[in-house]
Design a protein around this ligand. Sequence first.
Ligand code: NAD
Ligand code: LMR
Length: 329
Amino acid sequence: MSGLNEKTVKVSVTGASGQIGYAILFRILNGDVFGKNVKVDLQLIDINIDKIQKALHGVALELEDCAFPLLNNLTLHSDPHTGFVDTEYCFLIGAKPRGPGMERKDLLKANGQIFKIQGVALNEKASRNVKVVVVGNPANTNAYIAMMCAPDLSKENFSAMMRLDHNRAVNQVASKLDSNVNRVSNICVWGNHSPTMVVDITNGLLNGSNNLKDLLDEEWVEGTLQPTVAKRGAKIIDQRGLSSAASAASAAIDHMHDWVNGTLWTTMGVPSQGEYGIPEDIISGFPVNCNGERYSIIQNLDISDALQKKISISIAELREEQENIKSLL
Ligand code: NAD
Ligand code: LMR
């Protein structure tokens, strides 16, 4: 008796031989997204360069050597048109990371094209219910490119990863209150995955009932929490000489886990349908809940004028990024 049920999911991961790829694959096969009973057909994709494909084969050898009971089938690809066939869950990680002194939007020129090709391939090959999370930076606009290049899929299929920012904020708050992260809830990070992102604790709770607004002084929220989260990626690059990888992989796992299994409140980068005055199709961080199938943007939250002003700055930056890739679409 294997103890496993008969369910098998098809998962594609791009950039599979990169830093984040190396951190995420082992966790997917450990059951951290779909559970300990669901087998995985894993389709790994990286670029068609000998050295990279050789490295991808090396990763595959290691995955085999883990003897994961959940690994049902493993295939390696250099073409998303084969790597995305019937895919139900797709982690779009493969893209250039920034180096010191760069902003994430400086990567648009190098990375935007990747997400056009992948959007087209998803449109042709993926399951109509595919759940896509874009990790490659600048994640929000790359997700927008992929979404716009996949007109036969629903826009709801596409999301960008803002969960690392969310997790960073939750950790900072828990640590400030000398508490555990699982006691902090209802925080959101609005806008772009960039220094303009807006950390919002207005509805935040400790232990499910104590309002964070009563527990945290505004000076700390504005002067420490907000800049710490907004600049965390750059700080890690400065310290490590490389951009975040294991924490990014962990956030991508959390993002997909909650989308698939449900949650009462988290942050996802998802296309606006005009909520909170954010223009349609802008992929912004929003507070969402998930019912195990779909996410919904949490509605009717109070947004102060000051908060709205900050969100508008981040949205203006996303509009500018969209303008800059217009010729790609
Ligand atoms: P990395 O350089 O270690 O790996 C990137 C991998 O992607 C490489 O193996 C490369 O060959 C591959 N790749 C490039 N173009 C590809 C394509 N067209 N198809 C498939 N694979 C392709 O980089 P990394 O550290 O793993 O980071 C990957 C991306 O994730 C970067 O853009 C980085 O900035 C971003 N990132 C985002 C977040 C976030 O919170 N959204 C967090 C961390 C990193
Ligand atoms: C992060 O937030 O750590 C990533 O987006 C990597 C980066 O470039 O900051």
